[in-house]
Design a protein around this ligand. Structure first.
Ligand code: NAD
Ligand code: TYD
Length: 356
């Protein structure tokens, strides 16, 4: 019994691997290319843990994936590896097409060859779990009902289009070849190890550094926020009991406008790390909007609750407090991920946005 996890050194993948090994003796093999978003330090706690094996490599490398499947004989593959940042997909979509589409295709083909040769019992037990996003459904108007699994796909960014393509491949490999797949489409996550290019960690690290807090457009875009450990619990529930070929939406029942998120982060920092220069909200700066910016995401998570009994354990208030506390307690992690490459991205992205 072993899990093969792709992208396990990234934000959600590392939370998943750490949570998994807290609750299970089943070994994990992590395959991760360690792009700018991957960080082995996230898995530091497992350094001497015999249950965990780390392999640096690319999911597009078919020979490597074949070798890992043959060597470790996993009973499931949980696929997190992706390019995940919408703004980067706008300035450079190529990497998204390669990793998210070609990489998923490579994993599906390698897994199909491995799975086809398993004995009947192992074949029946095997799972390919594809981790995806609510962004494949496009954008909602203020009075639309939240995204259900039956919504049509209307991706609007290069990122969401590449994830939608990968979801379609996973679906097709089930229908055509019978590969035992599961797909989860989750809303925006937040929590420990979140790379500070995304909204919540960027606001925390910028505020602590006394830098502007860049809010795109009017700040009224809505996201449905879920604490990362709740996403991990949702994936475990679907992996254990999800129906083959089905998709499950995972969300926090927690819609908030971006500007309210930023103000909440500021208020928590005012309480936990007051700045003598004044309230952190003084740093809020409206900048040029993201091209094609989706207005609202919201998830209808009733299917996973009805079929598998999953519901988020954290409220937004408890989750965001834990998150801010984690960043305050881990300044070394923050300093180390803010490498030269990180600084270049922030400068390029926000110099352009400031020219609004
Ligand atoms: P992330 O960017 O933090 O991590 C991605 C990881 O994948 C990194 O460790 C990176 O090194 C690795 N990776 C990238 N390209 C690779 C390649 N070619 N081969 C091997 N490894 C590679 O992303 P995340 O936020 O942890 O997201 C994980 C998954 O969850 C993604 O598939 C994403 O689409 C999905 N998702 C994310 C969110 C969110 O809010 N962050 C919400 C829903 C779904
Ligand atoms: P992000 O964390 O990039 O996630 P996603 O685009 O996948 O939802 O952004 C969340 C929201 O915050 C999104 O509406 C864009 C907005 N945003 C800002 O206003 N300023 C920023 O600097 C960033 C990174 C995001």
């Amino acid at each position: 019994m072993t899990l093969l996890v792709t992208g396990g050194a990234g934000f959600i993948g590392s939370n998943f691997v750490l949570d998994w090994l807290k609750q299970s003796e089943e070994p994990v093999v992590t395959l991760d290319a360690l792009t700018y978003a991957g960080n082995l330090e996230n898995l530091q706690a497992l350094h001497d843990d015999g249950r965990h094996t780390f392999v640096q490599g690319d999911i597009c490398d078919r020979a490597l994936v074949d070798r890992l499947l043959a060597e470790h004989r996993p009973r499931a593959l949980v696929h997190f590896a992706a390019e995940s940042h919408v703004d980067r997909s706008i300035s450079g979509p190529g990497a998204f097409m390669r990793t998210n589409i070609e990489g998923t295709y490579t994993l599906l083909e390698a897994t199909r060859a491995y799975w086809s040769a398993l004995d009947d019992d192992a074949k029946r037990e095997f799972r390919f779990h594809h981790v995806s996003t609510d962004e494949v459904y496009g954008t909602l108007r203020a009075d639309d009902p939240p995204f259900a699994e039956t919504n049509s796909y209307e991706p609007n960014s290069p990122y969401s289009a590449s994830k939608a393509a990968s979801d379609h491949l996973v679906r097709a490999w089930h229908h055509t070849y019978g590969l035992p797949v599961l797909t989860t489409n989750c809303s925006n996550n937040y929590g420990p190890y979140h790379f500070p290019e995304k909204l919540i960690p960027l606001m925390i690290v910028n505020a602590l550094a006394g830098k502007p807090l860049p809010v795109y457009g009017d700040g009224q875009q809505i996201r449905d926020w879920l604490f990362v450990s709740d996403h991990c619990a949702g994936i475990r529930a679907v992996l254990a009991g999800g129906r083959l070929g089905e998709t499950y939406n995972i969300g926090g029942w927690n819609e908030k406008a971006n500007i309210d998120i930023v103000k909440t982060v500021c208020a928590l920092l005012d309480e936990l790390r007051p700045d003598p220069a004044g309230p952190y909200s003084r740093l809020i700066t409206y900048v040029k909007d993201r091209p094609g910016h989706d207005r609202r995401y919201a998830i209808d998570a009733r299917k996973i609750e009805r079929e598998l009994g999953w519901r988020p354990a954290e409220t937004f208030e408890t989750g965001i407090r834990k998150t801010v506390q984690w960043y305050l307690a881990n300044p070394d992690w923050v300093a180390r991920v803010q490498s030269g490459a990180y600084r270049e991205w922030v400068q390029q992205q926000y110099d352009q946005a400031a020219q609004s």
